[in-house]
Ligand binder design. Sequence first.
Ligand code: ASC
Length: 128
Amino acid sequence: NFEDAKDAIQYRQSGFSLIAYNFGDMGAMMKGKKPFDAETFAMRAKNVAALSHIPFEGFIEGSDKGDTEALAKVWQDKADFDAKMKTFQENAAILATVAQKGDQAEIKQAFMDTGKSCKGCHDVYKKD
Ligand code: ASC
């Protein structure tokens, strides 16, 4: 368990940083900013699927105060927040699966769905 809110905030932010790095590299490939490399993409997708389960644990009661971009709304609407987090985890798992198979259309769709679940949560629960 975390010592305090500061530890919990650090933990979830570390998870999000790793997710952003891996997802961002996939995004660069999807946007054609760098060549698509199937093996690297599948590795990144697998990382995001695993990492998608990390931040959740850090959203403990009372950790809306401190050096965080999470809005108090996370804890006010916790059931909806949890559901959105779960949707993200499900989409990330699908992305990891289709990235293994290698069908470009499926990959594109799964990547967009995952990105939408990032943004869908940020729009509501994250400071801009
Ligand atoms: C990223 C990133 C996000 C998401 C979001 C997707 O690469 O850092 O927060 O994608 O922009 O819509």
